[in-house]
Design a protein around this ligand. Structure first.
Ligand SMILES: Cc1cc2nc3c(=O)[nH]c(=O)nc-3n(C[C@H](O)[C@H](O)[C@H](O)COP(=O)(O)OP(=O)(O)OC[C@H]3O[C@@H](n4cnc5c(N)ncnc54)[C@H](O)[C@@H]3O)c2cc1C
Length: 527
């Protein structure tokens, strides 16, 4: 009888074990802030590497359920979440995974602290980041709207740490007509005579987090013109005090490739009461703050999933023996993992840089140049990190050999969940076109981007590193000046900018911290 048993990969405290996160925080946070936030991060790291991860593995086969009718023929449309998600909701509230950004204990750096919590929390909760992202985005949108009645009504629930009071928010934009061209939306809003309340009639085709207590959605007030301008942004609550939906039928849950814990539903709104958030037009523009926040979460989730895969893969490499030695001693396997690590680290620094800029923007401490950069880099960051997550998690599966393809290792879900990141919150192409818009005047915009990238390299003496960044910038600028086929090349152009700024930020980090491990690998990998 063969006696061999393979030790599985294991996770330690996911904060203590994360050199990249720790060295980043040590660089950007003042010592007193770092010391203040460390306990919360270590606690989240302990949960993520321990209790939540064990629950995640035990919960693997569970999925949310929709019960449309009760035994007596009443339409109830009840959603039951899985045990992992029920626990995740509680932990998210108690640990302030949304609230931290709004409590502002550390001014503009509160956003960095919150993103670090989200980054640790996400990969052990099977994308509970989805409802949290929309909750965060809805909070920001309501606060920006100046609609005091809605702020007073909803925001305290969205940012509370009390699980009994905690609400999550949905974001219902996509209809059958399209998630990219949302101006085609067909949902109609009819104002009740003599009242500020509207009734919504239409179908929403992808609504994640349908268990949420509220949603922000788009609908066209009767008489408004077609297109995006004619849509208005509405606030609605999904159920009454007895748990009955507010004239919302949940037609079915989507049968998806991944994110299978997320209850993504198709809805019919049949007279759903709703309030205008801000004016009766320009809904697409008014929902933009929500999308900026969910795109940030998308990037944080991308780096979190990459990090989880690599944490498991590095651990496994020290345990799996082939041809007389652990994989961790095989130069080619080590090189493979190092290139993936470089991808992850580059993506990490871009995603967290957006967190830094977002924090400054929220406290009104952002310069005009940084505000412009935040507008430009948000779509670039989202599209670049999402693509990297799919590539890295695919490679992570291969690094386990056949085990990476076997469901009860808990590994394949990393790839399936990553695959949604380039699709929702704006596809790669849609964001690439947005990048061109954000650039404004192409040549002037490119010059500003170049200044931002090169400022990361101040004081860098490694000629090779500087020349790779400079040549990528020249390449992009030359293509732009030619002005040929700008639209069809937008994706390649945006990815070039994304990878260039990632490399520049990776170099900046290694210059500003004691670590100097991955910039040179990054040069080879990223270009
Ligand atoms: C799991 C999941 C959960 C979701 N949850 C939500 C949710 O909670 N709320 C919500 O509102 N939506 C949600 N969505 C919908 C998601 O945002 C849309 O699927 C996405 O925006 C794309 O829209 P679409 O599916 O209609 O594709 P389309 O808009 O039809 O796009 C199809 C393809 O065409 C490309 N394309 C479109 N326009 C252009 C162009 N001008 N130039 C070049 N290429 C173009 C796109 O990149 C894409 O590849 C969810 C989707 C998924 C998969």
């Amino acid at each position: 009888m063969a006696q061999f048993q393979q030790a599985p990969p294991a996770l330690k405290n996911q904060y203590d074990d994360d050199r990249v996160l720790r060295s980043y925080l040590a660089r950007v946070l003042p010592a007193d802030v770092l010391s203040d936030v460390q306990e919360s991060l270590a606690e989240m790291g302990r949960l993520a590497g321990g209790e939540l991860h064990e629950l995640q593995l035990a919960d693997r086969l569970n999925e949310p359920t929709l019960t449309q009718w009760d035994a007596w023929g009443n339409r109830i449309d009840k959603i039951e979440l899985t045990p992992l998600w029920q626990r995740a909701e509680r932990i998210a509230a108690e640990h302030g995974v949304v609230a931290t950004a709004y409590e502002q204990r550390h001014g503009n750096l509160s956003r960095v602290h919150q993103c670090a919590l989200a980054y640790l929390f996400t990969p052990s909760t099977d994308i509970y980041s989805c409802p949290l992202a929309m909750t965060d985005g809805a909070t920001r949108t309501l606060l920006n709207s100046g609609n005091q009645a809605l702020i007073d009504r909803a925001v305290p629930h969205l940012i509370t740490r009390d699980p009994k009071e905690f609400w999550t928010a949905g974001q219902w934009m996509t209809e059958l007509t399209g998630g990219s061209d949302v101006g085609l939306a067909e949902t109609i809003a009819k104002q009740e005579p003599g009242s500020n309340t509207f009734r919504l009639y239409g179908r929403k085709w992808f609504t994640s987090a349908i268990a949420s207590q509220m949603a922000l959605t788009l609908a066209r007030p009767e008489g408004n013109p077609p297109g995006g301008r004619g849509l208005a942004l509405f606030y609605l609550e999904t159920r009454d005090a007895h748990g009955r939906t507010h004239n919302i039928q949940i037609n079915r849950l989507k049968d998806k490739l991944g994110t299978r814990k997320v209850p993504t539903a198709e809805l019919t709104l049949d007279g759903t009461p709703a309030q205008l958030v801000k004016g009766s037009t320009d809904g697409v523009r008014n929902i933009a703050p929500l999308l900026n926040i969910t795109r940030l979460w998308n990037g944080i989730s991308a780096v979190a999933l990459m990090r989880r895969g690599l944490a498991l893969s590095f651990d496994y490499a020290s345990k799996r023996v082939a041809f007389g030695a652990p994989l961790s001693e095989k130069p080619l396997h080590v090189d493979t993992l190092k290139t993936l690590q470089a991808e992850f680290e580059a993506a990490f620094h871009l995603a967290f840089y957006i967190a830094e800029l977002t924090g400054k923007s929220e406290t009104g401490e952002i310069s005009d140049e940084d505000a412009w950069l935040l507008r430009l880099l948000t779509p670039i960051m989202k599209l670049t990190t999402a693509k990297q997550a799919v590539m890295v998690t695919s490679e992570v599966l291969e690094s386990f050999g056949g085990a990476g393809y076997v469901e009860d290792t808990g590994l394949p879900v990393l790839l399936r969940d990553s695959q949604v990141l380039p699709i929702w919150e704006g596809t790669t192409n849609v964001l690439a076109l947005d990048t061109l818009r954000a650039l404004g005047d192409a040549q002037e915009g490119m010059k500003r981007f170049e200044r931002a990238a090169m400022s990361c390299l101040e004081g860098v003496t490694d000629v090779r590193l500087v020349s790779v960044v400079r040549s990528a910038l020249n390449h992009a600028a030359t293509w732009l000046v030619k002005g040929e086929d700008i639209e069809s090349g937008a994706r390649r152009f945006s990815l070039t900018l994304g990878r260039t700024i990632e490399l520049a930020l990776l170099i900046k980090h290694e210059r500003g911290s004691s670590s100097n491990r991955f910039a040179s690998v990054g040069v080879d990998v990223i270009f």
